[in-house]
Structures are given as C-alpha cells and as structure tokens.
Design a protein around this ligand. Structure first.
Ligand code: F0G
Length: 457
C-alpha cells in the first residue's frame, strides 16, 4: 500500500475549506463547536479548487470502478473508495475504517405493488458495520478527530450515532463519551456503546437537551464533538448518494426519500447530489423528500408555517425513537437542499410507521421504525401526485431491524396501537405458545393456511 493518499489526477480534495452556511465566511480551521466565528451559524466543507480544476467525471467513475478490485482498507471501504470527493487524508493508513458503506440496493416488488410505483428500490444503510448509516460519516469524522490529536470524542444521540462513534473511537484508539436521553433509546443501541467501551451517560432530558449540553462541554473540555454539526460527518454520509448513483449506472432516480431527525443525513445526501451535478457525474437532480414522524415534525412545520425561513421547534414524541428530535440542528441545510432539488416534506403517524415497517419486513428486508417513515411517506406523496407512478424511487433505510426489537415485538403482539384497523391487524404475526406436540404444531400450520386463504396473506 502506498504511504500517500491516492486520488484522481487533477483532483485536489486536500484543499477543502470551511464555509459558513449563513454569511459564507471561508476559513481553513474550525472551532470546537463547528460554528462560524463571525455569525455562529453552521459550517460546511467546500472544495474551492473544483471550480478551477474540476475532476473529470469519466476519470472519477473509472477510478472508483478500478478500486473495487483493490484490497487495501481504504479501497474496501465504501466511503473512502470515493475519497476524491472527501477531505483528503495525508496518508491512506490514517483512515479508521470498519469497511463501512458497500450497502445493498434492493428491489422492493411487494412494496411496489402496494404503492403502485413499479420502480421502487431501498438503499439499506442498516447493513453498515454497526447497523446504521452513521458509520459512513463516522469513519471520516473519527479519522479527522484522531488526526487533530484528540484523545476523547463525544456525541449526543438517540442511539445510533453513539453506537457508531463508540465503535470507531475504539478502533482508532480514542476514548468516547456518550450523552443519551434516559429511557428514550432502545436497549440494543445502548448495549452497543457499552460493548465498544464508551463512557455512557443517560441524561434526564431529551435528545435536544443532550445536544445543548454537549455544545457547552466541547468549549470547556478537550473533547471532539462527533454530532452531525461536525461537517466531516456529512462529507462521509455524502457517499451514500455517490454509491447509490454508481449502483444505478449513473442514471439518477426521480426521487430519493429519507427520514428526517436532526437533518444531517438529508443535508448530506442533498449536498452530494448537487456536487455530483456540478461535477457532471449526473445530468439531473433527483428530488429529495424528507419524512418525519408526526410527533417530531419540526421541519414539516418550519416549511409549511414559516416558508423555511425560521425554525419551528416542537416537543418531540414518537415511538420511532431515532428521530425523536424537536430542535433539528441542520434545519437550514435541509431547507436549502429541499429548495435546490425541488423536494418535499411530509409527516406520518406512528401507526403508519408500524404498518410500513411490517410491509418492508414482509419483503424479507427489515429495518428500524425510523427507516419505515420512508415507505409511509411515499404512500402520501403518491396520493398527492408529487411522486408519479412511472417514476423511479429510492427509499433510504437508515437502520437495521435488530436496532429496536421492542418495537417489532410490541407491534406483532398487538401491544402497539391495539385499537387500530384491519390494515394493521392483518400484518401482525404474534409468536404462538404451544405444547411441544406434533399435533399442536400441525394445527398451527393449518390455522395459518386457513388465515391465508381467508385473505390474511
Ligand atoms: N434514521 C435513523 C435510524 C437514525 O438513527 C436517525 C438519527 C435518523 C434516521 C435521522 O437522521 O438526524 O440525520 O436527520 N439518529 C441520530 C442519532 C440523531 O443520534 O443516532 P438525521
């Protein structure tokens, strides 16, 4: 393996700068809270050299294809394989990688029938090493944290960021500090950060309270913050869209539908789409749709009630705990990519989420509740005519089914939304407790056949 970072000829990705999203001030360094020193708004990473020596689209595509044959750790990573679009490493060996990315794009024939959209795909980010899309951002941000000499990294989380951060910190020889809302994240996610050796604090507040505290902490203690306010995270998460477009043979889908919580991921995907268009990797921008839980719908209200000009914070409540967020940090970035791509926002109820989750599960795919907002949202966008039946749609499934088994079990046992209608009832598959006899099992099989014949397929 070469000791120098390998990038495409003419690509100067090392020359990134931070730019304030509000006042556009450029800088080569960022403060610990990743806020603009002039106006305190969020920063984004930009590559000014691209406007002088734009990397050639065909060269990039060929290089990325070629790297698939390589067995170096950076080439085996589905994030660093696209490193020409990322802040460059001084040396490839610096990357802290768990072979993230490389996630499957599935056809969804059953959900296609349900929605009436035949060309329906799911990009499953739950197939990442710690089971969520966070790994694609964490590999980049953790790498730059270590490069900057930090011993400690920290985040506020609804569970997935903390699981991912703890894993990458451990791999990179750093300590990690996790702030999560007490009683409001799934045990599976909590168990991950414990296993990866994080100092895990369950705070008596919600996610927004954890994030507020973290922002004060990073100004007082030498810890590097790894929330999606950190723009390195979003650079890594951009590669979801690049990998997706490569999987689609660089033919852009008409729509990409993504869950919205703190709004880092939608911003990252939108940034990737715009950069790919500017670099001529794609000829047309897909429309980005961001779907939120009804009980945590800050972006929906911000767009509908204030024209995207001013944040409407909410007191969040939803069983999709990953997106139980009322004061999303990256709302301005999300509004901008919605405007640039001609996208949409929508909200769905917890019952609609549960139904969509069971429908995705019935395809043999499986995802966590927050991911299922995408299918539930698609149904509404089709009804409204925003998504046409002859268009190509990609749902971004952000987390693995095993991330929140309580939700799944409560749903199938009938403990979630017990009074809801037949749509939900027909999807429930409760476990059956039986005597250990052949007769009892044969009867269960017969009953299942009868139910299917009666229309509960
Ligand atoms: N889906 C899952 C599974 C998530 O864990 C999150 C966010 C989102 C969607 C929303 O993404 O915040 O970028 O808009 N989880 C964060 C966490 C907040 O701490 O794990 P977003």
């Amino acid at each position: 393996m070469s000791s120098h970072s390998t990038s495409a000829p003419g690509v100067q990705s090392a020359d990134f700068q931070f730019r304030c999203i509000a006042c556009s001030q450029l800088s080569h360094t960022a403060s610990h809270d990743f806020r603009c020193s002039a106006c305190r708004d969020l920063l984004e990473i930009v590559y000014p050299k691209w406007s002088e020596v734009s990397p050639k689209a065909e060269t990039l595509k060929a290089l990325w294809r070629e790297r698939r044959l390589s067995s170096t750790p950076v080439d085996l990573s589905g994030v660093w394989r696209f490193r020409d679009l990322l802040p460059a490493l001084a040396a490839d060996q610096q990357a802290i990688t768990l072979r993230e990315g490389n996630t499957p794009l599935y056809e969804m024939p059953q959900c296609a029938l349900l929605t009436g959209v035949p060309r329906l795909f799911a990009k499953h980010q739950g197939m990442n090493p710690t089971g969520s899309f966070k790994d694609t951002g964490m590999t980049v941000a953790a790498t730059f944290a270590r490069h900057a000499g930090f011993r400690w990294v920290a985040c506020a989380s609804t569970g997935n960021t903390s699981a991912s951060m703890a894993a990458y910190a451990a791999r990179g020889g750093m300590r990690s500090l996790v702030l999560v809302p007490e009683g409001k994240i799934s045990w599976s996610k909590l168990s991950q950060s414990l296993d990866y050796g994080a100092v895990t604090c369950q705070l008596r507040t919600d996610f927004d309270g954890c994030l507020r505290l973290l922002q004060e902490l990073v100004l007082r203690a030498p810890v590097y913050q790894l929330n999606s306010i950190n723009p390195f995270r979003l650079e890594g998460q951009k590669t979801l869209a690049v990998e997706l477009l490569e999987q689609l043979g660089w033919h852009p889908p008409d729509h990409i539908i993504v869950p919205g919580g703190n709004l880092g991921n939608s911003s990252a995907i939108g940034k990737a789409l715009i950069e790919m268009r500017d670099l001529k990797l794609i000829s047309q921008l897909p429309k980005l749709a961001v779907i939120q839980a009804e009980g945590a719908n800050a972006l929906v209200r911000t767009v509908r009630e204030r024209g995207g000009k001013e944040l409407v914070s909410v007191q969040p409540e939803t069983r999709a705990t990953a997106i139980r967020i009322g004061n999303p940090a990256s709302w301005k970035k999300a509004v901008r990519v919605l405007e640039e791509t001609g996208g949409a926002v929508e909200q769905v109820s917890d019952a609609e989420i549960a139904q969509a989750k069971a429908e995705i599960g019935a395809e043999g795919i499986g995802c966590e509740p927050a991911s299922a907002v995408t299918l539930a949202g698609l149904k509404k966008l089709v009804k409204q005519g925003f998504v046409k039946r002859d268009e190509t749609v990609v749902l971004v499934l952000t987390g693995n089914l095993l991330k929140d088994p309580d939700f799944t079990i409560d749903f199938h046992r009938g403990d979630l939304f017990p009074g809801e209608g037949d749509d939900l009832k027909s999807l429930r598959r409760p476990p059956i407790v039986l005597d250990a006899t052949l007769d009892a099992v044969l009867r269960a099989l017969e009953n299942a056949e009868k139910e299917q014949a009666a229309g509960k397929s």
